[in-house]
Write a protein that binds this ligand. Structure first.
Ligand code: ASP
Ligand code: CP
Length: 343
């Protein structure tokens, strides 16, 4: 299967502008535009009736070949809040089990009038393959170890909002130091997160055992979490992606926790201002042994809430009338304001 090239760009399929497949492919301008659209969607979500007509008569189909709680449900909620019709494809109850190929499956669903596929798959590159088989927009909800762009967008938006306090959301992450701790090698969250954080001007440091760092990795790395703790503004914890490991890459989980986990001792030593993040699902007792609800500045729940607004922004940018690439004020075909009117 041909997939993205080194820059994340598709060499053969439809224009990258009609999809949301990786942060690198989105590029800085679209990333910033999506973060601005997220502000508008978050405002919609604060209304007593958080539902707008923007995607009326559009159909969004979720296809998840890997387990998911927050990504799948928040895409579903995002589509419904924009008044799109939703379809959820159940892999286990489908004709894939009768030998139908993924390509035939996609073409069959596309023939039913799907406007956007939201796809999660264990193999890197599948969203690029799908976008060669259909004219529908493709949103990458996680492909193998490669990319999870909407997670990175929601992480950036959450962190920028948190660091802004009651002031308007800061426009970038310049001057902010973020430690990403854990299984970076197998993590699409880390790959997309690092790309987005660095794109917005943050300094990122990876903290992990050498066995959990990918080869040819250009971000600075340390094995000494305690030394960098006093210097950081945000601590981003990752789960051990054991489903993607062929053997034991850490000799002992309790030793891993001692060296890389967020333990009560580290919380004691850590500056109260450090923003604690995790994409979920958490493995309590491994990467985190404290209750995040008791931390002075954990935004783990806010990340989940922001996920809905980010996914509304992504679907709206791809499917909303006249929205692609246009700032809300300059969107012409149907006014942005009327698309965001309460139903
Ligand atoms: N939920 C995220 C992902 O699907 C992170 C994880 O599973 O650890 O990549
Ligand atoms: N963060 C994340 O992608 O969570 P799910 O695997 O539950 O979707």
């Amino acid at each position: 299967m041909t997939g993205p090239d080194q820059t994340g760009n598709d060499q053969t399929g439809s224009s990258a502008a009609s999809h949301c497949r990786s942060i690198v492919e989105l590029g800085p301008q679209r990333v910033r535009h999506l973060l601005e659209l997220t502000d508008h969607m978050a405002e919609v979500n604060r209304r007593p009736n958080p539902k707008v007509p923007a995607l009326r008569s559009r159909t969004v189909c979720n296809i998840f070949f890997e387990d998911s709680t927050r990504t799948r449900l928040s895409f579903e909620m995002a589509a419904r809040r924009l008044s799109a019709d939703t379809m959820t494809f159940s892999v286990g109850q489908s004709s894939l089990n009768k030998g139908e190929s993924l390509r035939d499956t996609i073409e069959t669903l596309a023939a039913m009038g799907v406007d956007a596929f939201v796809v999660r798959h264990r193999s890197s590159g599948v969203p690029w393959a799908i976008s060669r088989w259909t004219d529908a927009a493709v949103v990458n909800a996680g492909d193998g170890w490669h990319a999870h762009p909407t997670q990175a967008l929601l992480d950036c938006h959450t962190l920028m909002s948190e660091l802004s306090g009651s002031s308007p959301r800061r426009a970038d992450l310049a001057g902010i130091k973020i430690a990403i701790v854990g299984d970076i090698k197998h993590s699409r969250v880390a790959r997309s997160g690092i790309a987005a954080f660095e794109m917005l001007g943050a300094e990122v440091i990876a903290v992990a055992p050498r066995t959990l760092i990918p080869p040819h990795f250009s971000t600075p790395v340390t094995q000494d979490l305690d030394t960098i703790l006093p210097e950081i503004d945000a601590l981003y914890l990752l789960r051990m992606q054991s489903e993607r490991m062929s053997g034991a890459l850490v000799p002992d989980l309790s030793e891993y926790t001692m060296r890389f986990g967020l333990t009560p001792e580290r919380v004691q030593r850590m500056n109260d201002n450090v923003v604690v993040m995790h994409p979920g699902p958490m493995n309590r007792g491994v990467e985190i042994t404290v209750d995040p609800a008791e931390l002075p500045r954990s935004v783990i729940t806010k990340q989940v809430t922001t996920g809905i607004a980010v996914r509304m922004a992504v679907l709206f940018e791809l499917l909303g009338s006249g929205a692609a690439q246009a700032a809300p004020e300059t969107s012409t075909e149907v006014g942005f304001e009327s698309q965001m009117e309460e139903l």
